[in-house]
Ligand binder design. Structure first.
Ligand code: HDE
Length: 702
């Protein structure tokens, strides 16, 4: 079977399969679901113009009935999400380690569908609340669908899936009043945390910048659970999966994320959609950490414990391929809402481990999908169909699409000569890894799962000084919002086990006392790979606002726009309102946005060009507010020539003092870039772009 030769570009297989279901309404007549043409859809059938509506109005009834049943239950967790199509390409054959068909031949491109999500909020909640992000990938491989259902954090809150309903009930809105929406900042979550020390490590990740990503395109994905690779000789190795974004891992500032929740609840969804529409396709490399079976007990953590990650410094990540997301969905409901991921969807060459969280997940996903998608035939929904052929004796059920001819729906049979027949391992049949397991039937937890704090400390130790401050602020807001003081005290007491320094720093914000007699934590090691300070930095796809008013300097605006576009950044001009503006030399410009329809939080940087327009901007509170927000959210701020006057009228004035001698050459201070009295702005643009690529200037004193 060769997808790439027989069917052209193998990355297009899924898109081609789905095309058969796409209906184009262009230039068509309106019909009922029974394909009868409709003559009017504006007035219901009545007895006289002012009389009652008739039951025989078939079109009315169909239209309303369908509408009444449009919604399906939202996902019990990960309800809010955004999906995109793409493909995966392999860098080198992984045949030595796994038989997984899509990991054999670098010439084969495997179609994928990805859904990113928040966990706690409802379908209509906001994208930027502090939360874990789901990162689920469906590979439509030629030996069946493989789902890598991961998160943007490598560890989980709990060690055993039996605790999942408890943690989810605790973090969801409280059941008596359904408050608060989409956040951990309330009593029940922290009550669960302080009573469940195994949550400590993941809570550290959640309070860190990882909880508020800048973009789905700029976050890592982790399979979290330990899986197995099995090669053609039947040899198995333990494996953990990683997605590494080509744009690096970046986050929002906490205040920025909170403001965005109101200003644009669709911030991440829009960012993903627009990047794909522009052709700036999100890319992620796939990495694997592999361990020989004999290494299972070589570490100071249990490799089956999902509250532990495998530090990259001791178990390196081997980069094996790349995923590109290059197509938005045609219909959100049909694709993103109906897609069904399941960690039990594996293919020959990949197998499970005894990770007790994974084992429970293997049951839950299909179970929830049976009710969410209305019965056992949800795999026939176009987005869920494999591109590999399906042949079995499954029959009937709600919404069955497949028409299976003939009398045989059982095995073995002689009427159809035993077809469909089973396949041996050599023929691609899935054979479970023959792991030897002995034991007593007990409800218990291994002693090797008892340490809950060492890796939480490792994570804390790995953070830069600025990242530590963000974690402290995260605790301040999230645990500080808890009403019950005794829970807040227990939070401080519990996290003293992670770091006495952390406990001391969060105690005042939580209004409780720092523990006095704590045993200092002697864990000194760190894992630099988990600090976002060490990530890839790039100006590509960053969004920059250029503030303009009548009298702006056209050369500055034009050349900055060109310089930014050359590095694939996105530029928008923003003004007080949308009327056409006249530049210094009479050039006309229609601004892309105004201060009412956009906001500083939508951008990564702001540039104030020179020109007479600055006085109008300086007198406008929204223009000043724009600069203030960029300042307080650690963004790059650039000003050339008269542009500096706007900075001087804002909270940035104090820092701008350090830029006053930027005569003829650009000067930089804490992510602020300026140049004055210069007609050659090119060095300034280069420096602005350099600062932009740094993402945020976290050490700026604000
Ligand atoms: Fe999930 N999880 N989960 N989860 N999960 C679901 O399945 C569950 C866990 C993850 O975009 C549900 O179809 C249990 C870890 C993602 O459609 C449900 C446990 C990780 C998504 C479910 C976990 C995840 C889900 C809800 C054990 C990271 C969204 C709707 C404690 C590796 C997939 C659905 C999408 C969705 C159960 C823990 C990731 C209820 C029992 C760990 C990305 O079945």
């Amino acid at each position: 079977m060769s997808f790439h030769t027989e069917n052209g570009d193998s990355s297009m297989l899924k898109t081609k399969q789905m095309e058969a279901y796409v209906v184009d309404n262009k230039n068509q007549k309106l019909t009922t679901d029974n394909a009868v043409r409709v003559s009017s859809t504006d007035d219901s059938l009545k007895v006289g113009e002012r009389g009652p509506t008739l039951l025989e109005d078939v079109h009315f009834r169909e239209k309303i009935t369908h509408f009444d049943h449009e919604r399906i239950p939202e996902r019990v967790v990960h309800a809010r999400g955004s999906g995109a199509h793409g493909y995966f390409e392999l860098y080198e054959s992984m045949a030595e380690y796994t038989m997984a068909d899509f990991l054999q031949d670098p010439a084969v491109k495997t179609p994928v569908f990805v859904r990113f999500s928040t966990v706690v909020g409802s379908r209509g909640s906001s994208d930027t609340t502090r939360d874990v992000r789901g990162f689920a990938t469906k590979f439509y491989t030629r030996s069946g669908n493989y789902d890598l259902v991961g998160n943007n954090m490598p560890v989980f809150f709990i060690q055993d899936a039996i605790k999942f309903p408890d943690i989810v009930h605790a973090i969801k809105p409280e059941p008596n009043n359904e408050i608060p929406q989409a956040t951990a900042a309330h009593d029940t979550f922290w009550d669960f945390v302080v009573n469940t020390p195994e949550t400590a490590h993941m809570v550290m990740w959640l309070m860190s910048d990882r909880g508020i990503p800048r973009s789905f395109r700029m976050m890592e994905g982790f399979g979290v659970n330990t899986f197995r690779f099995v090669n053609a000789q039947g040899k198995a190795r333990f494996v953990k999966f990683h997605w590494k974004p080509m744009l690096g891992v970046h986050s929002l500032a906490m205040d920025e994320a909170q403001k965005l929740s109101g200003k644009d609840p669709d911030f991440h969804r829009r960012d993903l959609w627009e990047a794909i529409e522009r052709g700036s396709y999100p890319e992620y490399e796939l990495g694997v950490q592999m361990l020989e079976e004999e290494q299972e007990f070589d570490f100071d953590f249990d490799i089956l414990d999902p509250t532990k990650f495998w530090p990259e410094e001791i178990i390196p990540v081997k980069i094996i391929g790349k995923m590109t997301l290059n197509k938005n969905v045609d219909n959100f409901f049909a694709e993103t809402e109906q897609v069904a991921f399941c960690p039990a969807n594996i293919v020959p060459g990949i197998d499970f481990s005894n990770d007790p969280l994974l084992q429970g997940r293997l049951f839950s996903y299909e179970d929830t999908q049976l009710s969410r998608l209305g019965g056992p035939n949800f795999r026939e929904i176009p987005i869920n169909r494999p591109v590999a052929p399906v042949h079995n004796n499954q029959r009937d059920g709600m919404h069955r699409m497949t028409i299976n001819p003939g009398p045989v729906s059982y095995f073995p049979n002689s009427i159809a000569q035993n077809s469909p027949s089973t396949a041996s391992r050599e023929e691609g049949g899935f054979v479970h890894y023959a792991e030897r397991v002995d034991g007593q039937k007990i409800r218990a937890r291994s002693d090797s799962f008892r340490d809950h704090f060492r890796q939480a400390t490792l994570f804390w130790n790995s953070m830069s000084a600025e990242e530590k401050k963000h974690i402290i602020n995260g605790f301040h807001y999230e645990a500080g919002s808890v009403k019950d003081k005794s829970i807040r005290q227990k939070v401080v007491d519990m996290f003293a086990n992670v770091s006495p320094e952390l406990a001391k720093a969060i105690a005042p914000g939580l209004g409780v006392t720092a523990p006095i007699n704590v045993i200092p934590n002697y864990m000194k090691s760190a894992s630099p790979a988990v600090s976002q300070e060490n990530t890839i930095k790039s100006p590509a796809t960053r969004k920059v606002a250029i503030l303009v008013e009548n009298g702006f300097c056209p050369v500055s605006v034009q050349s900055m726009t060109e310089a930014l576009k050359a590095v694939n950044a996105v530029v928008e001009t923003v003004s007080i309102n949308r009327s056409v503006l006249t530049g210094k030399d009479g050039m006309l410009l229609e601004p892309n946005k105004d201060f009412t329809t956009t906001h500083a939080t939508f951008y990564d940087a702001v540039y104030v060009p020179g020109g007479d327009h600055v006085s109008a901007l300086a007198q406008n509170k929204d223009a000043r507010g724009f600069i203030n927000d960029c300042l307080n959210h650690y963004k790059t701020i650039g000003a050339s020539n008269e542009g500096m006057e706007l900075l001087k009228a804002t909270e940035a004035a104090v820092l701008a003092q350090n830029l006053l001698d930027a005569q003829n050459t650009p000067k930089v201070f804490e992510g602020m870039v300026a140049i004055q009295n210069s007609s050659d702005l090119q060095p300034f643009f280069a420096e602005f772009i350099n600062q932009l690529s740094m993402h945020r200037h976290w050490s700026r004193p604000v």
